[in-house]
Ligand binder design. Structure first.
Ligand code: FAD
Ligand code: NAG
Ligand code: NAG
Length: 369
């Protein structure tokens, strides 16, 4: 009989994990407080703790480097795996998955060692990034008096988050996945739920629980949030452009595609819980992006605001937590949370690690019988 795995969370991490677990022939139920819904009806006041709707979301490489935290190497490997999955999903479902492939352009005012290493191909740290990675010539930098010091472009992907997540949910259910809308106090609660509460038969045991609860409810002392304010505009853009400013702030755009407009961003404010967008910040974001990439302004010469966005990136001290844990008196919990500002970027790599963790646990348990 197939083993039953319950995934807590229906953000991008829970959904991707659920699909790969299902592919690995487990019976899978998703239990979550929030599920994907049209972005247009998503209420920021009640859904602020559900991060996935408020993301961009694009893929931008963050190369590992000996001078940076070692956890970045695993994250980078996750992002490469995600890239491959996105290519495949886009190829098989170009009109429905919510994925767009386009140029990613980066302009850095203060490039770190990980980027400078990419400029010296003979350097052993130089990475073979996919997507026709190319360094920009100085003549291709924004004309603003030499503030940009380093630039590159490559083919990358963006998703329209709620189109994409709804696609994942639909695919999961179409393939026999079960969903239960429920708020839990702790992920271990699932082990005490009876089969019928999980959409199955009474007496059906849960072999493993995946904790993909994002910002979560039970405080992990290492968890906090990083507030992000962005602004959705109606204009399309031909690239996802990211600029690192000398003061450490970021100016970027993420075209959502599928008539979802373009996200102009964005702030990164650790431990700021303010749910209200600031109008001064909006004006600043739009002004800076217009200066960086004037092409987006078109003939009208200005951007058309659709709505302001505030989101909470589930941030964890020490990096994402993707590991298994046996909870005494409950069962095996596979954690997959704390993805910060990279949940979409790393999603399929994390999901593969979740399947590996669950398989190792279940095989181990069977061997002990
Ligand atoms: C402004 C902004 C821009 C971003 N841009 C990008 C980008 O360009 N690229 C990128 O990769 N990432 C980006 N991100 C980050 C990305 O959005 C997040 O990393 C990702 O959405 C996190 O997904 P998650 O599944 O871990 O959590 P969530 O989406 O928060 O999902 C958590 C799930 O767990 C459920 N849950 C939580 N607690 C409970 C409970 N007690 N009981 C039941 N269910 C529960 C929730 O209901 C929900 O279903 C951005 C984020 C922001 C805010
Ligand atoms: C979001 O989470 C915070 C911290 O757990 C909580 O105080 C707040 O009530 C939650 N907001 C909503 C709208 O659920
Ligand atoms: C599950 O994940 C949340 C983050 O969403 C974390 O705070 C919590 O500690 C985890 N649960 C357990 C039981 O470890």
């Amino acid at each position: 009989m197939p083993q039953h795995v319950v995934v807590v969370g229906a953000g991008v991490i829970g959904l991707s994990s659920a699909i790969l677990l299902q592919q690995a022939r487990y019976t899978v139920t998703i239990v979550a407080r929030d599920f994907p819904a049209p972005f247009e009806t998503m209420d920021p006041l009640t859904k602020i703790n559900y991060t996935s709707p408020w993301g961009g979301a694009h893929n931008r490489w963050v190369p590992p480097h000996p001078s940076l935290p070692a956890t970045l190497a695993r994250e980078h490997a996750f992002s490469l795996r995600t890239y491959t999955h996105m290519q495949n999903l886009h190829a098989s479902h170009p009109d429905t998955a919510g994925i767009t492939f386009l140029k990613g352009v980066e302009y850095l005012e203060r490039p770190g060692p990980e980027h400078l290493a990419l400029s010296t191909p003979s350097n052993p740290n130089a990475l073979n990034l996919p997507g026709n990675f190319r360094l920009l010539e100085e003549s291709e930098f924004p004309a603003d008096g030499g503030r940009v010091k380093w630039g590159c472009e490559y083919d990358t992907w963006c998703v329209n988050p709620m189109v994409y997540c709804s696609f994942l949910l639909r695919r999961f259910v179409h393939r026999g996945g079960r969903v239960v809308a429920r708020e839990l106090r702790r992920p271990e609660e699932v082990f005490a739920m009876i089969g019928s509460e999980l959409g199955g038969n009474d007496g059906e045991a849960v072999a493993a629980v995946v904790n993909a609860s994002g910002t979560g409810l039970v405080p992990d002392p290492d968890m906090t949030i990083t507030r992000g304010q962005t602004c959705l505009v109606a204009e399309d853009c031909d690239a996802t452009v990211t600029r690192q400013n000398a003061d450490g702030s970021w100016t970027f755009c993420v075209p959502r595609g599928f008539e979802g407009g373009t996200v102009i961003g964005g702030t990164k404010e650790v431990n700021n819980w303010d749910v209200k967008p600031s109008m001064e910040v909006r004006a600043e974001l739009l002004k800076k992006f217009g200066e960086t990439y004037p092409k987006i302004l078109g003939e009208k010469g200005e951007l058309t605001v659709v709505r302001d966005i505030v989101g909470r990136r589930p941030t964890r001290n020490g990096g994402p937590r993707v590991e298994g844990e046996v909870m005494p008196g409950a069962g095996f919990v596979m954690h997959a949370y704390g993805l910060g500002g990279r949940g979409y970027e790393l999603s399929w790599g994390v999901a593969e690690a979740v399947v590996e963790g669950v398989e190792a646990q279940i095989r181990g348990a069977e061997a002990r019988l």
